[in-house]
Each structure stands twice: as structure tokens, then as C-alpha cells.
Design a binder for this molecule. Structure first.
Ligand code: ASP
Length: 325
């Protein structure tokens, strides 16, 4: 029998309605999560915390990462499954993908319905995740997200719907594979990269741009000791012209700026000649997210700044996209 390590952290998968609190709250422990499941790999369970994912801090994320890394290094462990609230699941998944260097799968799962609701999806999702974590064909794919029988790469996956059971999508790529009964089917494989770090730089923020928005928040962040800012910019990574002087000055003063896109898929580079387009941001010394969402690019910058104070190394983890033809 293959053994899978299970780490529980909370989320809707562990929730049921509590009349005293007037809504669903995390209550289920490992025993309840696993009850009724059979024909699955042997499980070694660790209760890390029992929180909604909006309550998780960077310290929680790093603690989950440390526990997952320690468990995955054990010879008897085929893979790790983490139950997690779906609201920030993609961020924990990407952090693990980026910082745990192991061929064994780390699989995150959750649920969209509580155990008090008809059609609770937690048991089916957990069973599927355990199967994927034990599957040899899921090795070398980094961290994976398994819900609703779809298998997604941590790098691309996002929560795309507030309530649908099929909420996790990989826009522009699609799922890597599917769980079909007890079979784990992988359709294509991803290349991953690792930033070898033992800490995250916490002072990194995320700003989303909107039409006509002023740049005052960027100035506030720069003045308040922030080390890095990810700009979720417009389209292929463009900013309004009035942002450029603040961006140029901030980078000159040592602030790291990474440009991501507020589009759900696609990389950031273009051939436009107007002010605030890719050419200007490259000249200013900005970094680019290479198709990562703003939230994931933020974690990547935190890991890069935590790994090294050396500017050339940090830049090396954000290679410039190839120039538009
Ligand atoms: N509010 C929940 C959480 O992220 C949502 C979920 O788990 O689906 O913890």
C-alpha cells in the first residue's frame, strides 16, 4: 500500500453550519474528513490548523510549506495532500510549487459546499486528491490542485467562480489531467522552476490598475517601507502615462516593481510605442511576471527577495519575455 501524508488547514471542506455563529465555520477534523472513504492509499494525517483561508497569514503559509517539505522527504511518503480553503488555495499551491524541490506530488484540494449542504463535494475531492498524490504519473509536476475531478498545475490555476463546483480553471491552458474513477489521467506536462529560499520577504504588495486611476497608492507604498510591488497592469502590461514618473523614481530608489496583467491569461509584452507600454517599463527597470497572476507574482517576488539580496539573482528569477515579433 502507498502512503500519502495529509495536512489539514481548514476551509469550506472542513465546515458545517453552526447556529450559534449564524453561518458555516470550520469544525471537521481529520477523522470526519476521511469518514466514509475507502479503497484509497494509506493516510498519515497532520492537523495544521482549522481556519478559513482568508484568515491565513504568511506565517501559516510558511508553516504549511515547512511541514509539506518535511513530510515529502520521508521515503515512505508517495505524496502530500493539503486540504485548504478555496479562496487563497491557488497562492499556497504556487508557493509550494516554487519552493519545495521534490519530484513527489503535493496536491491541494478543498470544497465549495459545506458538510451541512446537500451535495457536499469535500469527500469526492479529497478522494481524488489522495489518488493523484499516490499516482506515479503525477510525479515531476510540482504542486497540483484537484477539485471536481480536474487536475490543475499550480502555476496556472485560479478560482474563477464564486460558487460553482467547477470553480478552478487554468485560463489559456486548461487542466493538466483528470481523475476518472480510480484512474489518474495526465494529458500534458508542465515545466516548473524552483526558487531555493528559506524565507519570504513580507513587505511586498499588490496593486490592481483601473482606467483613470491615480498612482497615489504606489507612492504611499514606496514611502511606507515596501520592498516590492506587483502591478496588475492593463492588458499586456500597460500603465497610464501619469504612472511612469512615479514608477521610474521608485525603481531608481530601490523599489522592486513586477508587472503582471489583470487579464486572466497571457504574458506581458507588446510592441506598442506609446507612453506606459512595455518598452517604457523595460527601460524603467521593471520586472515582468511571465504569465503569472498578480497574486502569484507577489509570492514569487517575496521568495526571490527572501532568497537573495543580490539584484542580478533577483532579476534572473524574472527573465524578460521574448520580444514581440
Ligand atoms: N471561505 C472559504 C475559504 O476559503 C471558501 C472555501 O473554502 O471554499 O476558507
Amino acid at each position: 500500500m502507498t502512503r500519502v501524508a495529509l495536512i489539514t488547514t481548514g476551509g469550506t471542506i472542513a465546515m458545517r453550519h453552526d447556529a450559534a455563529q449564524g453561518g458555516a465555520v470550520p469544525q471537521l477534523g481529520v477523522r470526519e474528513l476521511l469518514s466514509g472513504l475507502s479503497g484509497l492509499p494509506e493516510v498519515e494525517a497532520h492537523e495544521f490548523c482549522n481556519l478559513p483561508s482568508a484568515h491565513l497569514t504568511l506565517d501559516h503559509l510558511w508553516g504549511i510549506r515547512r511541514l509539506a517539505r518535511d513530510l515529502i522527504q520521508q521515503d515512505e511518503t508517495a505524496g502530500v495532500v493539503i486540504t485548504h480553503g478555496t479562496d487563497t488555495l491557488e497562492e499556497t499551491a504556487y508557493l509550494l510549487d516554487l519552493t519545495v524541490d521534490s519530484p513527489k506530488p503535493i496536491v491541494l484540494t478543498g470544497a465549495m459546499r459545506t458538510a451541512s449542504e446537500v451535495g457536499y463535494d469535500g469527500s469526492a475531492n479529497l478522494a481524488a486528491a489522495l489518488r493523484v498524490a499516490a499516482a506515479p504519473q503525477a510525479r515531476e509536476l510540482g504542486a497540483l490542485v484537484v477539485l471536481n475531478d480536474a487536475i490543475h498545475a499550480a502555476r496556472w490555476v485560479t478560482k474563477a467562480h464564486t460558487t460553482s463546483l467547477d470553480t478552478f480553471q487554468s485560463p489559456g491552458w486548461g487542466p493538466l489531467g483528470r481523475v476518472n474513477g480510480d484512474a489518474v489521467e495526465i494529458g500534458y506536462r508542465v515545466q516548473r522552476d524552483i526558487i531555493p529560499t528559506e524565507r519570504l520577504e513580507p513587505h511586498v504588495g499588490l496593486l490592481r490598475l483601473a482606467v483613470g486611476q491615480d498612482e497615489s497608492l504606489l507612492r504611499v507604498m514606496r514611502q511606507s517601507g515596501t520592498w516590492g510591488v506587483v502591478l496588475e497592469a492593463l492588458g499586456g502590461g500597460r500603465v497610464p502615462p501619469w504612472w511612469m514618473p512615479t514608477i521610474v523614481e521608485a525603481i531608481q530608489q530601490g523599489l522592486w516593481i513586477v508587472v503582471a496583467s489583470r487579464c486572466p491569461s497571457g504574458t506581458v509584452h507588446d510592441r506598442y510605442g506609446y507612453v506606459g507600454a512595455h518598452r517604457d517599463l523595460v527601460a524603467a527597470g521593471a520586472l515582468f511576471s511571465n504569465g503569472l497572476s498578480g497574486a502569484k507574482a507577489r509570492l514569487r517576488l517575496m521568495a526571490a527577495l527572501g532568497a537573495s539580496p543580490d539584484a542580478a539573482r533577483v532579476r534572473g528569477w524574472f527573465p524578460l519575455p521574448s520580444p514581440a515579433g
